[in-house]
Design a protein around this ligand. Structure first.
Ligand SMILES: Cc1ncc(COP(=O)(O)O)c(C=O)c1O
Length: 430
C-alpha cells in the first residue's frame, strides 16, 4: 500500500495549483530541481569538504559540490562560495561564529522593522550568545541611517547585518559600508529575499561593498530549501582566513553531513539562474509587485508589499490572513512599522509576486488579484481585534469559524480557483 504521505502530497499539490501563493519568501521550483532533490544523492554521508571528507566514496559528491560552488562564484562574481548550510538560519549562525566571539556586539534591523530573527532578535541565538543591538526604520518605513550611525558609534559592533525580510524598498549598501568603516565592523549582506532581483539587475549587487553575503536558495532564487555563503574580494582582503573560519563554523561548529541531494538541486537552480530567461523572470517579479502595490494603494520597489490594514480596523492581520486563505489567497500577517496593535496580533499583511510570476502571471493578472484582495478585505471590516488582551484568543477562534462560513469568500474562492488552475505549476499534473 502506498504511504499515506503521498495522498497528503497530492492534497498539497491541489492547494498549490488552485490557490494563489503570495508569501514572498516562497516559490515554485522547476522539475529538474525537484528531480535532483528527490535523487539517490540523499543516501550518501559526506562530512567535510570536497577533497577533505571523513568518509570514503565521495568522488562524485565532491564533483557535485565543487560544481555548485563554481556556479555560485560565477553567478555572483565572487572568489568564495560555500553551499553546505542546511538553510538560512544556520548559515547566519555560521557567519556570526566566524566573525565574532560569543558576547561580541552584532547589529541588525529590528524584527519589527522588517529584519530577520537571526540579525539580533529576542530569543534567537543572535541575541542569546551575542550582544544584539537593533536599528529600525523611520516614519517613512525606510532605514533610519542617522539612528544606525549613532548606535554603531556607541556600541562598536563587530558585525553589521544589512538584509531584510519584510521591507519593500531598495537598499543602499554604500551607506551601510560607510558606517561599518567608521566603527571597523564587518558588513554582511543577507540578500535571501532579493537574490533573484539582484541577479536580474533590478537591484544593485552588494558585492562591491560588503565582506560576506548569505542567501537562502529557496526564495526569489527559485531553488530548493538551502543557503549559500559568499565571501567577496573585499572580505578576503579584510580577513584572508575567513573562508576556513566559516567552514569550521559549519562543520564541526554546527552541522554534520551535508545534504547532497540539496547541494545538487542548488546546482541545478544556479544553472537556471545563469540563463537569460531568469533575468526576464526577475524583472517580471518586480513589475508585478509594482502593479499589485499600486492597485492596493501602496508602493513596492521589490518583490513584496507590506500592506497596512489600519483603514480596515484595529489589529486586522490575523483576520485578513484567515479571510484571504478562505478565498484561496495565501499571505502572512505581519507587523507594520510603528505597529499600533501588537507584534503578536499585528496590523498588516506581507504579500509578494515571486511564486505567481513563476506560473507565468503578468501585470494584467495582478490587477485582477488586487481586486480579489480588496473584495476579501471588505469582509473583515468591523471585525476589529478586542482591545482587552485576554479576549483575543477566543475572538480569533470565533472569527475563523465565521469566515469559513462566509458566502462572499466562497464565491471569490471559486473565481480564484478557476483563474489559478489555468496557470501551470512545475511538477504538478504535467
Ligand atoms: C532575510 C532572511 N534571512 C534568513 C532567513 C532564514 O532562512 P531559513 O528559513 O532557511 O532558515 C530568512 C527566511 O525567512 C530571511 O528572510
Amino acid at each position: 500500500m502506498a504511504s499515506r504521505v503521498f495522498k497528503l502530497i497530492s492534497e498539497e499539490a491541489h492547494r498549490q495549483k488552485y490557490g494563489l501563493e503570495m508569501i514572498p519568501s516562497e516559490n515554485y521550483v522547476s522539475k529538474d530541481v525537484l528531480k535532483a532533490l528527490g535523487s539517490i544523492l540523499t543516501n550518501k554521508y559526506s562530512e567535510g569538504f570536497p577533497g577533505r571528507r571523513y568518509y570514503g566514496g565521495n568522488e562524485i559528491i565532491d564533483k557535485i559540490e565543487n560544481y555548485a560552488c563554481d556556479l555560485a562564484k560565477k553567478l555572483f562574481r565572487v572568489p568564495v562560495a560555500l553551499v553546505q548550510p542546511y538553510s538560512g538560519s544556520p548559515a547566519n549562525l555560521a557567519i556570526t561564529m566566524a566573525v565574532c566571539e560569543p558576547g561580541d556586539v552584532v547589529m541588525g534591523l529590528a524584527l519589527s522593522s522588517g529584519g530577520h530573527l537571526t540579525h539580533g532578535a529576542n530569543l534567537n541565538f543572535s541575541s542569546i550568545f551575542y550582544k544584539a543591538v537593533n536599528y529600525t526604520v523611520g516614519d517613512d518605513w525606510k532605514i533610519n541611517f542617522g539612528e544606525l550611525e549613532t548606535l554603531a558609534k556607541i556600541h562598536k559592533p563587530k558585525l553589521i547585518w544589512v538584509g531584510t525580510t519584510a521591507y519593500p524598498f531598495k537598499l543602499d549598501y554604500k551607506k551601510f559600508r560607510k558606517i561599518a568603516d567608521m566603527v571597523g565592523a564587518s558588513l554582511v549582506a543577507d540578500i535571501s529575499h532579493i537574490t533573484g532581483l539582484i541577479i536580474g539587475g533590478v537591484h544593485e549587487s552588494p558585492v562591491p561593498d560588503v565582506d560576506i553575503i548569505m542567501t537562502t536558495t529557496h526564495k526569489t532564487l527559485r531553488g530548493p530549501r538551502g543557503a549559500i555563503i559568499l565571501v567577496t574580494e573585499r572580505g578576503l582582503k579584510r580577513d584572508s582566513e575567513i573562508k576556513s573560519k566559516i567552514e569550521r563554523a559549519i562543520i564541526p561548529g554546527i552541522q554534520g553531513g551535508p545534504h547532497n541531494h540539496q547541494t545538487a538541486a542548488i546546482a541545478v537552480s544556479l544553472e537556471e539562474a545563469l540563463k537569460p530567461s531568469f533575468k526576464k523572470y526577475a524583472i517580471q517579479v518586480a513589475k508585478n509587485a509594482a502593479v499589485l502595490a499600486k492597485e492596493l494603494g501602496t508602493v513596492s520597489e521589490t518583490h513584496l508589499i507590506l500592506f497596512s490594514l489600519t483603514k480596515y480596523g484595529y489589529g486586522m492581520g490575523y483576520q485578513a490572513q484567515y479571510a484571504l486563505e478562505e478565498a484561496g489567497i495565501t499571505v502572512n500577517k505581519n507587523t507594520i512599522p510603528g505597529e499600533p496593535a501588537s507584534p503578536f496580533y499585528p496590523s498588516g499583511i506581507r504579500l509578494g509576486t515571486p511564486a505567481l510570476t513563476s506560473r507565468g502571471m503578468k501585470e494584467e493578472d495582478m490587477v485582477k488579484i488586487a481586486d480579489w484582495i480588496k473584495r476579501v478585505l471588505e469582509e473583515i471590516r468591523g471585525l476589529d481585534l478586542p482591545r482587552k488582551q485576554e479576549k483575543r484568543k477566543d475572538f480569533l477562534k470565533e472569527i475563523k469559524i465565521k469566515l469559513h462560513k462566509n458566502k462572499n469568500l466562497k464565491r471569490i474562492r471559486k473565481e480564484v480557483e478557476n483563474f489559478a488552475g489555468k496557470f501551470p505549476v512545475p511538477g504538478i499534473n504535467d
